[in-house]
Design a protein around this ligand. Sequence first.
Ligand SMILES: NC(=[NH2+])NCCC[C@H](N)C(=O)O
Length: 440
Amino acid sequence: AVPLPPVPYQPTHAESIRFTHRRTRRASGRPSVFLGSAPALQRVRADREPFSAFGIGTKREAGDPGAFLGRPILLVYTIRSIPPREGARESGDSRGGGGGLVRGWSSSSSFGRTVSMEFWPEFLASSGGHEFVAGGVGGMAGVLAGHPLDTLRIRLQQPPRPVSPGITVARVARPPSAVALLRGILRAEGPGALYRGMGAPLASVAFQNAMVFQVYAILSRSLDRRMSTSEPPSYTSVALAGVGTGALQTLILSPVELVKIRLQLEAAGRKRQGPVDMVRDIMRREGLRGIYRGLTVTALRDAPSHGVYFWTYEYARERLHPGCRSTGQESLATMLVSGGLAGVASWVCCYPLDVVKSRLQAQTQTHPPSPRYRGVVDCFRKSVREEGLPVLWRGLGTAVARAFVVNGAIFSAYELALRFLVRNNGRQTLVMEEMKCHDH
Ligand SMILES: NC(=[NH2+])NCCC[C@H](N)C(=O)O
């Protein structure tokens, strides 16, 4: 067979230039500019390599400001992929041994002669929005696995019905246990009631979770300031990225949960509304303010809880399977358990806020004459005054069970989908060798 000619490498997008540049600089300690595009690298196929890449770089010492002002030099690279094993050997990275995924860059000798660098799997993964797709798959798995428990939690959190305006039966009637409530719902409304309001979350939570995992992937890597990229983001970066992600996703999640909660609380028998009718109805009556009711309390709940969420996940999986944050090698059990634990920790830490949020989002503004709770603080005060301190933990058992199931499903589906999406790239290590360096 005639060997295929090298594929000329065309520099394209600005974004990947910046990205590649940052990686290069961090790894070598010397600034250099490489013009190239990550999507082009992803198109490398075994039958088309090695191929050449042309880059323009500058040689400067590390930390030198104005690196871009240096004389441009032409760099010629050969890019080829090598088996993971060999990659581990070449980069001296023992963790990647045994056919594992190798991460990090290795740059040998001095810049300007021969530099070989590895494109780590995550670099390839992060350039194509794979986390977004995998996050969406995870979100759907989570809703399918946990919606009945979610309905139980929302119902348990509600205040007792008033006998007449302003007077509740809280002191007389003990709130029902989860099991009693479940039996009651099944008897009176049938199993369908547990799945009520699931259609809309399936689509919207898929989108919300997709955004969460994509934003988290970007933030956790960009917050990490360490020079070495051969290691996964630090736990501090992971937690901070979680907080940022949690705050941002509130904009999507708050209205989604408002509609979900109201659909979940619709009793059987009464004429039922679908999500679209419900949104239209709220918009007509209260406008955008109505749709965004509960935004503040959702942000208060979700920013810290997502910090705890991602920190716990990363910490737990590393404990259960040492080295897996670097190699990506972990079992399904590790994914399920660390995802489950992350969910539980993130719910326990913010649970009272969730009770308040559910109550605030459930109440309609027009009926009864005036809303029962006027805001976050008022809802806290009134609930505790009327029902005692334990009200802040009502439904916690159900919430914890749900959190374990849902987030075990989310993280497992996410990790598996991600591996599926990058499996072509994930098994190989790309080495970029600097062949020539014309320095005039
Ligand atoms: N309490 C939280 N908001 N935790 C953060 C992630 C929660 C996850 N999306 C879930 O539905 O369980």
